[in-house]
Design a protein around this ligand. Structure first.
Ligand SMILES: Cc1cc2nc3c(=O)[nH]c(=O)nc-3n(C[C@H](O)[C@H](O)[C@H](O)COP(=O)(O)OP(=O)(O)OC[C@H]3O[C@@H](n4cnc5c(N)ncnc54)[C@H](O)[C@@H]3O)c2cc1C
Length: 392
């Protein structure tokens, strides 16, 4: 991790207590030992190791909110989850900063909030221990932003659903042991025809594509999923049939906050690495840091980051109190991912040619950042949602 990260803060934060900061310290040690040294290899492998999931689980860092009866720590203070994403972001490792929080804070809540008792007992302990890696599959080759247009069907066959179709761009997809899949249980209907099924690796007819060759997030196994007459038992239905779209709309606010939190935290890492770099690099007999352009650029970025951080902390605080609405979460997702991309771009520029070399954090950041404006709802869709509240 960049050495100066903690000293670059230009604002006084009051989101976290001393206990949270102790959690930061132990998680940072873990990330420096178990994540950062392996990241370059994982980028070549196009995925993190299974072992890393087990180590995270063993250390107690997955599914913090899971109640003790399902194997978790029962920590209902979302600030710990936010801290997890923050520390992952500060490592600058883009793939892990997205994939692990997606498991704990985006997929797991569907099992926890809508799973039957049997489903919770079966999957939550394994999700906490890292034995079961999870993913969520909404997007299809022909339906992304327009989710209601999805075509993967789940036909009621009495004691099971017969699932046919495919999903694409699924984060954690290749390694996933269990996937929350949005399906049409009533293909005649739009939103009211959508249900959520838990589909398990190894079910007959469920197969996965190879991890995609992506612009960035190379240590992230994003792939296609195929369903060919998969018989999914009725007990794998999450919540009630036909209510899947409503569940997605409820849970997507947290997804957007998680993406926003990763965006600002990664941006802080790019910025800190750049401050270190310009203090060392010499040109025309002085440090790059001493050029007025560098100072002003850093001042601009520091201001963008500080304002983003204040808004992000505000959103986390609201969310922790159950008061962050969808439009506010969309504002954070849209604006902070835009700022992450801007910071990455300016940091590459301040590194000169080295900023274009993959060995440098800012080069990887430049590639990793771009997709943050696209997934979890594109930033155009975020503006659509914000405008609905503005005009209501
Ligand atoms: C690396 C990666 C990881 C992903 N992980 C997951 C995952 O884990 N699970 C999952 O389900 N999906 C995942 N996705 C998919 C992602 O959520 C979709 O790509 C995204 O929602 C956009 O859908 P689309 O690609 O079909 O684009 P489209 O919906 O075809 O959009 C194309 C363009 O049209 C614009 N547009 C569309 N509708 C409107 C509108 N109403 N108003 C204005 N503009 C509009 C969009 O903003 C975009 O600019 C991932 C994608 C990537 C690249």
């Amino acid at each position: 991790m960049p050495t100066t990260l903690q000293t670059q803060n230009t604002i006084i934060r009051d989101l976290y207590t001393e206990e949270h900061e102790l959690f930061r310290d132990s998680l940072t040690d873990f990330v420096n030992q178990e994540i950062v040294p392996h990241h370059a290899q994982w980028e070549k492998d196009k995925m993190v190791s299974r072992e890393s999931w087990l180590k995270l689980g063993e250390a107690g860092f997955l599914g913090l909110q899971v109640p003790e009866e399902y194997g978790g720590l029962g920590i209902t203070d979302f600030r710990y989850n936010a801290m997890f994403t923050e520390v992952m972001g500060h490592s600058g490792c883009g793939g892990p900063a997205v994939g692990y929080p997606l498991h704990s804070d985006i997929v797991l809540p569907y099992v926890l909030h809508y799973g039957s008792e049997a489903t919770k007992l079966k999957w939550l302990p394994k999700m906490v221990s890292g034995e079961a890696i999870s993913a969520i599959a909404m997007t299809e080759p022909g339906a992304g932003s327009d989710l209601q247009g999805m075509r993967t069907s789940a036909i009621d066959k009495g004691d099971h659903y017969l699932v046919n179709g495919s999903k694409t761009f699924i984060t954690n997809g290749y390694l996933a042991d269990v996937v929350v899949v949005a399906v049409k249980t009533n293909p005649q209907e739009g939103a009211r025809g959508i249900s959520l099924l838990l589909i398990e690796a190894g079910m007959k007819g469920f197969s996965k594509g190879k991890p995609f060759e992506k612009v960035g997030l190379h240590a992230q196994d994003t792939c296609e999923l195929f369903f060919d007459n998969v018989e999914v038992p009725k007990e794998n239905l999450l919540g009630e049939e036909g209510k899947g779209f409503g569940y997605l709309m409820t849970e997507l606010a947290q997804e957007r906050l998680v993406v926003a939190q990763s965006a600002i935290s990664l941006a802080e890492a790019y910025f800190a690495a750049t401050v270190d770099y310009v203090k060392e690099r010499m040109a025309f007999g002085k440090r790059v840091a001493d050029f007025q352009n560098t100072k002003y650029k850093l001042a601009e970025l520091a201001t963008d980051i500080a304002m983003s951080r204040v808004f992000m902390d505000h959103c986390i605080k609201l969310h922790n109190e159950g008061k962050c609405d969808g439009a506010t979460a969309s504002m954070a997702k849209y604006r902070l991912t835009d700022i992450q991309c801007k910071v990455a771009d300016e940091c590459v520029q301040l590194h000169g040619g080295y900023g274009y070399m993959w060995d440098y954090l800012v080069a990887r950041g430049y590639a990793d950042a771009r997709v943050q404006r696209i997934y979890a709802g594109t930033n155009e869709i975020m503006k659509e949602l914000i405008s609905r509240k503005v005009l209501a």
